[in-house]
Ligand binder design. Sequence first.
Ligand SMILES: Nc1ccc(Br)nc1
Length: 453
Amino acid sequence: ISNAIQDKSLLDKTNTDETRRVVSEKLDTNPPKGTRDFYPEDMRLRNWLFDQWRDTARISGFVEYDAPVLESEALYTRKAGEEVTQQLYNFVDKGERAVTLRPEMTPSLARMVMAKKGALPLPFKWFSIPQCWRYERMTRGRRREHFQWNMDIWGVAGEEAEAELIAAMVSFFEGVGLTSEDVGIKVNSRLVIGEVLNELGIPPEKFAATCVLVDKLEKVPVDAIQGELEELGLDRSVVEKLLNVLTNKSIESLRDTLGADSKAVLQLEKFMSLCDAYGIQDWIILDASVVRGLAYYTGIVFEAFDRKGQLRAIAGGGRYDKLLETFGGDSIPAAGFGFGDAVIVELLKERNILPSFEESGIDTVVFAMNEKLFPAAIHAAAALRKAGQSVDLILEAKKSKWVFKHADRLGAKYCLIVGESEYENGEVAVKDLKLGEQVNVKIEELGSWATSQ
Ligand SMILES: Nc1ccc(Br)nc1
């Protein structure tokens, strides 16, 4: 190596060959399959959505946490046939560890709670906005990542937790301009399935996997999963009976089917009365066919959907009291939801209530008419920035025409011009780009000018 460095000609030659080989393989500028780049305008939309989520969480008394995007694969080996665990973005790392990009956040939250071994004061209300991943064969060309707002309440056994969670979700919808005419929230309890399976003599250990299969039945014909049903010992008559109960779309009909003293009916009646207290009853639809696809739900489950029925579920969640047990820990009652960043944006666009994010948010473009005046432009920009303005200082010699076009592209409010004659009078010219008016401002008064805008 040292000879090569001394013998520069060799280095140049090697570099040239190397460079030629590298340049010949044209770089693929697309992001990896199923992932997205966020250019500034996309980032403004994403930040706006995250701000709505964060504001709702803060107002509802939730505090933010986070966890690594990379987790041990062991966190998701639930063997219940869920889509989310069958599409892990997993690999073996350089330390021979079986790891995966997280497909959901709840298991990470459970791991964090277990790590604290009971030292966490209960109850707690936490939220996060993790990027979650799946590795789906690109046959369907679907995304492999999304950001998912997670809200969870741990340590509250009563349905008050689910009602608080759904009230927070409704508060988000109202905050972005959606009403109960646009969005509904279907609510059910997995106790319904539990009572039916119990009556039919199906052992409780089959409960979770049955729920996952029933969820799949919402999307595919029975024949498509007949094999999995039989593997679980669910013969056709059991499935028919189960599906019949799940057709109930009101608390009244469910009460007729399961009886007034059914735990599932009593739970749902209590939940509905809590929703009345929040004044969100118009958003709620009882629908016994809702089971959700995660194995660990144990009680109330819910999903938000667009009333026009054009889109996939907007959000979903439920109670998961036994999750820590599946990790070998002691159970703590918990409930929560996940709310993806894709469907909600599609809905807001379709309802034409997604704000515009074209403008960069730059307040003032500052430029010097010649190189000699650039230090003065720096001082002007510094004064405006000190007063809290967002300032784009033009860093090279540019013609005025270019600067005004640039300022227009940015959607800037003002253009501050440092010109010879004004500067000699200790002033700069400020043009209001929306109104077209231009005023001269004393340089030492720029701070107060900025704060007065
Ligand atoms: N679980 C999951 C992860 C990533 C996407 Br996109 N959808 C679902």
